[in-house]
Each structure stands twice: as structure tokens, then as C-alpha cells.
Ligand binder design. Structure first.
Ligand code: ITT
Length: 185
């Protein structure tokens, strides 16, 4: 089976390919812009995206909307994670967290997958914390400042290790189960 991954972010495609390796699915990276309405949850963004892409005639595809939710910032940047990353970036988040002792945060990943006309939506969460400075060269986005264990950042982990514990890895685990139960893999 070939699943199209509709995203502007090649890092996500690499993570999908690694997590599904040996399972008979090939991932094709495609870029089709779709609206990301300013709503309050990742799930709503994914539901709207799936609907729009299906209306455009696309089939056998998935989309992924993710965000980092910082407790001290009352869940910010959350659904605004993409905008915040593009504007103030990791340094801007670190500035907001300057001198803040409570560094707890969650990364969430919502995946919507449309296969043979059926839609599956799953969400994975990874608890962790915001580091005091960026660490590591791997990954993308907030990886250098987010740590699942308070020590190493995601950017310091090989991709397979990140996938083993990350929000996306957990969502992919749920997706694999759902696709398996429907006989697609
Ligand atoms: P698409 O919407 O085109 O798929 P995007 O990179 O904008 O790509 P999101 O809206 O899902 O993806 O992500 C919001 C932000 O969070 C964005 O800046 C990402 O780089 C970042 N992000 C998403 N997943 C991440 C991860 O696993 N590790 C670090 N940062 C991540």
C-alpha cells in the first residue's frame, strides 16, 4: 500500500517511514495546501483537513497536526505552534520560560488517515519538559528544546528512539492497531 503524507514537513515523513518500516506501507510525500482553521484543538484541524482533501478527490493519505503545550504558559503555543516556531522560534519560547521553575509540557500529535474511503483519527501525547537551552542537532521544530525525560532533548536522540516514546510514535502505534483491525496492514 502507498500512503500519501500531505505535509510541508519532510521530518514527519521520515518518522512515518521509520515507524512503519517492514510493514508493507510506502509513504509518498506530497504537498497540497489545506486550510488549518484557527480552532481550539488539533483534532478539529485534522477533521477539517481530511474533509477538504477528500472533497478535492484525494484518497489513501494521512495528515498530522501536532503542537507543544507548555503548562506554565497555559498550553501555549499549542494550536499556534507552527506560527510561533516560524516567528519567534525556539529562542522565543526559551525567553518566555526564562526563570520559570515549572518547565512541564506535553507534545501532542493528531493523525488523520483516510484509506479506501475509511477515516481513522488518533492522538498521541508525550509528557516532558522545556530545557533551559537548545540541545542536539537532529529532528526538527521544537526538538532541541523539548525533553521527554528532563535530560536529553528529542534532537539528541536517533529517530528510532524518538519514535519509541514520542507523541507521533504513540499516535502511530494507535494508527497501526486501527489499520490492522480493519485488515489494511
Ligand atoms: P504541516 O502542518 O504542513 O504538516 P508543520 O511543520 O507546520 O507541517 P504542525 O502544524 O503539525 O506541522 O506543527 C506545528 C509546529 O510544531 C511546527 O513548527 C513543527 O515543526 C513543530 N513540530 C511538530 N511535530 C514536532 C516534533 O515531533 N518535534 C518537534 N517539533 C515538532
Amino acid at each position: 500500500m502507498i500512503l500519501k503524507v500531505v505535509t510541508s514537513n519532510p521530518g514527519k515523513v521520515e518518522e512515518f517511514a521509520e515507524a512503519f518500516s517492514g510493514m508493507g506501507i510506502d509513504f509518498e510525500h506530497i504537498r497540497i495546501p489545506y486550510d488549518e482553521p484557527q480552532v481550539s484543538s488539533l483534532e478539529e484541524v485534522v477533521e477539517a483537513g481530511i474533509k477538504e482533501l477528500r472533497n478535492k478527490g484525494l484518497s489513501d493519505f494521512l495528515i498530522d497536526d501536532s503542537g507543544m503545550f507548555v503548562d506554565h504558559l497555559k498550553g501555549f503555543p499549542g494550536v499556534y505552534s507552527s506560527y510561533v516556531q516560524k516567528t519567534v522560534g525556539n529562542d522565543g519560547v526559551l525567553r518566555l520560560m526564562d526563570g520559570v521553575p515549572d518547565r512541564s509540557a506535553q507534545f501532542k500529535c493528531c493523525i488523520g488517515c483516510c484509506v479506501k474511503g475509511e477515516t481513522v483519527i488518533v492522538t498521541g501525547v508525550c509528557p516532558g519538559s522545556i530545557l533551559h537551552e537548545p540541545r542536539g542537532e537532529g529532528g526538527f521544530g521544537y526538538d532541541p528544546i523539548f525533553s521527554p525525560d528532563g535530560e536529553r532533548s528529542f534532537a539528541e536522540m536517533p529517530l528510532s528512539e524518538k519514535n519509541g516514546i514520542s507523541h507521533r510514535g504513540r499516535a502511530i502505534g494507535l494508527l497501526r492497531k486501527e489499520l490492522g483491525e480493519r485488515g489494511f496492514i
